[in-house]
Design a protein around this ligand. Structure first.
Ligand SMILES: Cc1ncc(COP(=O)(O)O)c(C=O)c1O
Length: 479
């Protein structure tokens, strides 16, 4: 007897293990999972209970309930500025964005093909590629100025030498706002990526699970104190001014994946959707949408009809937009707090951010220009490099996570699940679910996190840290 190789290839779900170990402890601040701290709007939950009895028990349409599809088109028009019919696009409902991603891979690539991901990546993208029998080619966006730069370098210099001739790259996967780094690809960069994809005939898959968590901030320095302020009022419809809205359907080859989990607090109900171009028949009389429908039909037939009904009630709720706005505001406040903490920690030499985030920080400090941060995560290295050299202590990110949870009551996710070296001790700190209503609680947890990181460094690097106080980080750095 044996089990499949693919069943063991995917990285272990450390987040689940950590949550199982510490999730029940009331005194531990949960900053590990990528969930939000609210559920669907109560009015929508009441509305669904009245409608459910009309569903019956039968199967529904494979691409999604027609009423929900109509509402999603409206949402795409109002929030994303895309007229689905006029732009010859199509929408298909799935059981969450994760399933949407698997469906897309199965529809655009055959086993033995390759897909390009960028590290740090969302771990399910990596696992899904393996499960679909694809080779994930992981590019390190950190060693280049940008994701587009990394892709361009790869396509010009390495593609022919590194990809065996029998293997074909089918797609490039980007996640913006990014889980885990929070970085947001601006339009110019997305267009560059789209042009490279066009030149090589690759699909471009864009995961937009955090589409509503895209914030513009400014870093101000007054009397040596750093303050982070948000620029855009979360009360405008998408929270984004027109000039930085995302372009949709670039070159008829971009496939967009959305989720109801984060924005609408519906993670447990499993509803996501795909927006894709309606292409002319590509192969054997079928186009991309046909292939997506066939895959959906085979794997889940369709997303749960009850969940689709709830999604419909959520989108139809007249208070939907204002609910969304107030949630964005709460998340924005937590993200601002998180990054304020991060910048102080960077200054104190206690953590390092990804090179692109460090560059954002440097530029902002120099010219006070606004910058974008998305999602609700901080991705940082808790054993920072010193004088440019890579110091690797005998430590692992998982050990650090256990240490922080056991001794400092903060639960964070290890960076290696996102593709970083475990010995470099990267961690992802999530403020999506924790302390959403309680900024003081969040500050307190961040203070403990700072103290925990300092103590870990002291243990591992014989570093002397005199005092850590998040309100006014005072750190003496004697090595
Ligand atoms: C980038 C990204 N895509 C997709 C998902 C999963 O979304 P869903 O719950 O809709 O499957 C997540 C969840 O953390 C995510 O971070």
């Amino acid at each position: 007897m044996r089990i499949s190789r693919r069943g063991t290839l995917a990285p272990r779900a450390h987040v689940d293990d950590l949550e199982a170990a510490y999730g029940q402890r009331k005194d531990v601040c949960q900053m590990c999972a990528g969930s939000v701290g609210y559920g669907p709007a109560p009015a929508a939950l009441q509305a669904v209970s009245r409608l459910e009895e009309h569903l019956g028990g039968g199967y529904g349409p494979v691409a999604g309930e027609s009423a929900l599809l109509a509402n999603l088109r409206e949402k795409l028009f109002l929030h994303n500025g895309i007229d689905v019919d006029a732009q010859r696009a199509a929408v298909l409902v799935t059981a969450g964005a994760n399933q949407a991603f698997v469906n897309v891979l199965l529809a655009v690539a055959d086993s033995g093909d390759a897909v390009i991901l960028f590290a740090p990546y969302y771990f399910s993208h990596y696992s899904a590629a393996l499960f679909a029998g694809l080779r994930p080619i992981v590019l390190n966006s950190n060693s280049h100025e940008s994701v587009a730069g990394a892709l361009q370098y790869y396509s010009e210099n390495l593609l022919h030498s590194e990809v065996p001739s029998a293997e074909t790259v089918r797609a490039v996967v980007v996640c913006t706002p990014c889980n885990p780094t929070g970085s947001v690809l601006d339009n110019a960069e997305l267009w560059k990526i789209a042009h490279i994809c066009e030149a090589h005939d690759w699909w471009l898959i864009i995961d937009e699970a955090y589409e509503h968590f895209d914030f513009e901030m400014q870093l101000l320095e007054r009397d040596g104190e750093l303050t982070l302020t948000s620029i855009v009022s979360p009360s405008c419809l998408t929270g984004l001014p027109q000039r930085i809205r995302r372009p949709y359907l670039m070159h008829n080859r971009s496939i967009h994946i959305f989720s109801m989990s984060k924005s609408f607090g519906m993670a447990g109900y499993r509803v996501g959707y795909i927006l894709c171009p309606q292409t002319a028949p590509i192969q054997d009389g079928a186009d991309l949408f046909d292939a997506l429908v066939r895959v959906n039909d085979t794997i889940v037939t369709h997303a749960s009809r009850q969940s689709q009904l709830l999604a419909l009630c959520v989108l139809r709720d007249p208070a939907c937009i204002s609910t969304l706005q107030s949630r964005r505001l709460r998340v924005l406040l937590s993200v601002r707090e998180l990054y304020q903490f991060a910048f102080k920690m960077v200054r104190a030499g206690l953590i390092e951010l990804t090179p692109s985030m460090m560059e954002v920080l440097r530029t902002c400090q120099r010219n006070g220009r606004p910058f974008r941060i998305g999602a609700f995560y901080l991705f940082c290295r808790a054993l920072p490099k010193r004088n440019g050299s890579t110091r690797v202590a005998r430590a692992s990110d998982l050990e650090l996570c256990h240490f922080l949870a056991d001794s400092y009551r903060v639960l964070v996710a290890p960076g290696s699940i996102f593709g970083t070296d475990a010995r470099e001790c990267w961690i992802r700190v999530s403020v999506g679910a924790c302390c959403c209503n309680d900024i003081h609680g969040l500050r307190d947890a961040l203070r403990r996190l700072a103290a925990g990181i300092a103590a870990f460094q002291e243990q591992k690097l014989a570093r002397k840290v005199s005092s850590v106080d998040n309100d006014n980080l005072v750190v003496s750095t004697t090595f």
